[in-house]
Every structure is written in C-alpha cells, then in structure tokens.
Design a binder for this molecule. Structure first.
Ligand SMILES: [Zn+2]
Length: 204
C-alpha cells in the first residue's frame, strides 16, 4: 500500500511538472519540442532530473515521506498490539482502517499544496528556457489565492510584490525574508504551506 502511494504521488508530481511546463510555454507562445518538429524550447534531461529530485523529496517539504512513515509506524503498532491482545482479524482490520481514514485527510491537504508547488517548478523551468532564448530575464509575480484563510505572510507578500514584478532572484529573496518574519521557510520557488495556493507567473 505504501509502495502504491509513492508510485501514485510520483506520477502526480510528474504530471504537475509537465502541466506547469507546458502552460508556461503556451503563455510565451513557444513550442515545446516534440521529436522532428521545430524546436523552440526543449524538454530535456534537465527536466527529467528536476522531476527526479522533486520526487525524491529533497527539494520539497518531504511530507509524503513523513506521512508514509507515520502511517506504516501506526499500522505496525496496531498489528503488534492485536497479536499481543489476541484480537480477531476483523477487529484488527477495523482498527487499521481507522488509522488509514484519519491520515487520508492529511494526504489530501498535502497533495494539493505539493502539486501546486511542483507545477510552479515546471513553470519556472519553462520560463528559464524562454529567458535564454530571448536573452532577457522575465519579471515574475505570485498569484496568491486570497480568502478568509489567507495567512499574514501571504497577505504581506502580495502587498510587497510590485505590479511590474520582480526578477526571480529578488522574488525568492523577498519570499525568504517575508516568510522568515512569519516563521515560514521557503521550499521550492514559491512560498507554500498547507492550504495555500500560490502560482508563479511571469508579468507580460
Ligand atoms: Zn500563507
């Protein structure tokens, strides 16, 4: 089950990256390479490597790995406990089901955030390739989803990004400093935490 979860997550991450990459390419009206067609920007080994790094959890919040650990630890405890107590299989499975159910809501929340983050990484990879072609850097902004649950860090961040956008390094620096003053650390290229949707976008 844990193995299936990892595979599922890996596939979702790959899809999110590709989706981000393609949509950023469409904005710039550049072709993403398919074999034999005109090459504008290339999907290449660099992207494959980036996806692998994202999937390994080295860049992201690592929450999936943590979740898998917590889940397997809890399930193992239930099994050990059931054997010790001489519980029936049905009771044991019922107890295991409860554990799984309580962890699933966390999974949904994490999934939404991670997928947005990976999508942003794909977008940025495409933008960077476009920047090389046009030989001029883009200015970037973050589209922060606002609502009653938007945190102070994101409200401040939104107010501090100029309308004309920022160079990517400056945007990252701003996020790091705003994040730090609110006790958040930056993972990836856009400041994310559970329940926040922030999309990285170039300013046209
Ligand atoms: Zn926030």
């Amino acid at each position: 089950m844990i193995k299936d979860l990892k595979l599922l997550v890996n596939n979702e991450m790959r899809d999110a990256y590709i989706h981000g990459f393609k949509s950023a390419s469409e904005e710039g009206k550049v072709n993403v390479v398919q074999k034999g067609k005109r090459l504008d920007i290339k999907w290449d080994q660099e992207d494959e490597d980036a996806i692998r790094v994202l999937q390994s959890g080295r860049v992201q919040t690592n929450s999936y790995n943590e979740l898998s650990m917590v889940l397997s630890t809890k399930l193992n405890l239930v099994v050990a406990d059931s054997i010790a107590q001489g519980r029936s299989i049905n009771t044991t499975v019922g107890e295991m089901q409860k554990i799984v159910n309580t962890e699933v809501y966390k999974l949904r929340r994490i999934a939404r955030t991670e997928i947005i983050n990976v999508g942003n990484e794909g977008r940025l990879a495409s933008y960077k390739k476009q920047e090389k072609l046009r030989k001029k850097p883009f200015k970037y902004t973050l589209v922060v989803a606002s609502g009653p649950r938007t945190c102070d860090a994101h409200i401040e961040l939104k107010s501090r990004i100029p309308a004309a956008g920022l160079l990517i390094d400056d945007l990252i620096q701003l996020q790091q400093s705003v994040g730090a003053s609110h006790g958040l650390s930056l993972t990836g290229n856009s400041l994310l935490h559970p329940n926040q949707r922030t999309i990285l976008l170039r300013v046209p």
